[in-house]
Write a protein that binds this ligand. Structure first.
Ligand code: CA
Length: 474
């Protein structure tokens, strides 16, 4: 076990929310809200500006984080596949190395003897998605915890209680996994009126669909049901659409209803982070504790007229990722190095002085976080979303490659690899975006003859990455 300069191995507090986009974090320059609690981690540490998930959907990203492997390896390719809890995860390895470990909040990787959280001294989790108000929580030995209160506050309370109950002579790992701000965005009563009377700024691309019906995009993307217009007024927006609105006015109304509840729910997460940071300082362990704030993926906040995630476009692909560790990370720093969800496990293991297993596919980002990125650090990443036209959103299966400046996406559109799938097989379609000149990915250059060589080069890179991670063409 490695020892920090103060003579103590680091503690780890890993805070992960569900569906919190980086562009709703003020440390990332949010135009729509402030997150002073979360920002404290950026002020004390590093902001990663190119942190990406390898599959932008909840359970698969969580599995990639815990195991350090891609979804075709850990088996959690879709929302419906539990994580086999006999698999080795970084919490299990830390526990074996003498750490006290806890998992509190949203698990979302299945339940039962083969899927309950494993590798933890203590766990208390929401069943499935859980509820915002008066949530039931499950624990070891069949315990069912029923309490009144707001989910984000209860998870925070449980985290602080567990920190206080730990053995102060041994290092600890705490996974604090919030349900918020997952759909259906139900705020704490104290935040119910936050943003009342305020117009939240609209994203630049919100009217893309009204302007041209996403004309540049693949047909399977145009066929998705992920538009703000697809939100259910009563279930999601909690109010009927007012009479007499034209489509532009209705889109604006829908956006305000949607984004205000989303940001109200984020506000409670931010307060929870603030409380945990205060507590670490109060008990004198802040300098010896690695604190991470992230989310399992990004989210569309009305960008392109959409909500939700799943797609490989930037707003959904990018994870907020802030790391403080005062003994090792420069305060107020940032990095453009491409860090992936599969890197989390090897990074934490290395900092804690535990050997990273050969089979883990991510790479430790410790050198990046300590300000000395290796010259051979990755310059491209592999992505795959497996659930072809599954469920309510009708999002196509796709895979792709992103470099610092370009992105190639292949909608392979074949449900054959999706367990239980019965969707249609659609024609393969491709998209290519130049991120340097088109950061919002509004112009698909796949058919532009002047970019044909770039497309060909990226096809080669996609094949190389696919072979490197051991996936196969669908
Ligand atoms: Ca999620």
């Amino acid at each position: 076990m490695s020892v920090s300069p103060a003579g103590r191995p680091p503690n780890v507090v890993f805070i992960m929310s569900d569906d919190h986009a980086a562009h709703a974090v003020s440390a990332y320059g949010s135009r729509i809200n402030r997150t002073p609690g979360i920002d404290r981690i950026a002020e004390r540490g590093m902001r990663l500006d190119s942190a990406f998930c390898t599959n932008s959907i909840c359970a698969p990203s969580r599995a990639a984080i815990l195991t350090g492997t891609y979804n075709h390896v850990n088996g959690v390719t879709t929302l419906d596949t539990p994580l086999d809890n006999s698999l080795v995860t970084f919490p299990r390895l830390l526990r074996e190395a003498g750490y006290q470990t806890a998992m509190i909040g949203k698990w979302h990787l299945g339940h039962g003897p083969n899927a309950d959280p494993a590798g933890f001294d203590f766990w208390r989790v929401l069943p499935g998605q859980g509820h915002y108000y008066d949530p039931v929580m499950l624990a070891a030995d069949g315990e069912v915890v029923e309490r009144g209160g707001y989910v984000t506050d209860l998870i925070t309370d449980d985290c602080i209680d567990w920190i206080d109950r730990r053995d102060p002579d041994r290092p600890f790992l705490l996974l604090c996994h919030h349900k918020a701000p997952h759909r259906r965005w139900e705020p704490a009563p104290r935040h119910a009126a936050l943003f009342d009377g305020v117009d939240i700024p609209e994203p630049e691309t919100m009217f893309e669909d009204l302007i041209d019906g996403h004309a540049d995009r693949a047909a399977v993307v145009r066929a998705m049901r992920m538009r703000l217009m697809d939100l259910d007024p009563i279930y999601d927006l909690k109010a009927p659409v007012p009479d007499g609105l034209d489509s532009e006015a209705e889109l604006r109304w829908r956006y305000q209803r949607y984004i205000k509840d989303y940001l109200r729910v984020v506000a409670a997460v931010d307060e929870g982070v603030d409380r945990i940071l205060d507590h670490l300082e109060a008990i004198g362990v802040a300098d010896d504790t690695i604190v991470v704030y992230t989310s399992d993926q990004g989210f569309f906040l009305g960008d392109h007229g959409w909500f939700d995630k799943r797609l490989m476009y930037e707003e959904s692909l990018r994870m907020p990722f802030l790391v403080s560790y005062p003994r090792r990370v420069e305060p107020g720093s940032s990095s453009d190095a491409m860090v992936l969800n599969v890197d989390v496990a090897p990074t934490i293991l290395e900092w804690c002085g535990v050997e990273v297993p050969e089979w883990m596919q991510g790479r430790s980002a410790v050198p990046v976080l300590e300000g000395e990125p290796p010259v051979d650090w990755r310059s491209s990443m592999y992505y795959r979303y497996w659930m072809h036209r599954d469920g309510a959103h009708n999002v196509p299966a796709h895979l792709g490659v992103r470099t610092a400046t370009e992105k190639l996406i292949c909608y392979y559109n074949d449900p054959c690899d999706q367990p239980g799938a019965n969707g249609p097989v659609d024609p393969i379609e491709w998209e290519f975006f130049d991120l340097a000149s088109d950061p919002f990915e509004t112009t698909n250059l796949i058919g532009d003859p002047s970019r044909a060589a770039d497309v060909e080069r990226l096809r080669g890179e996609l094949a190389r990455l696919q072979a490197e991670v051991g996936d196969r063409w669908p």
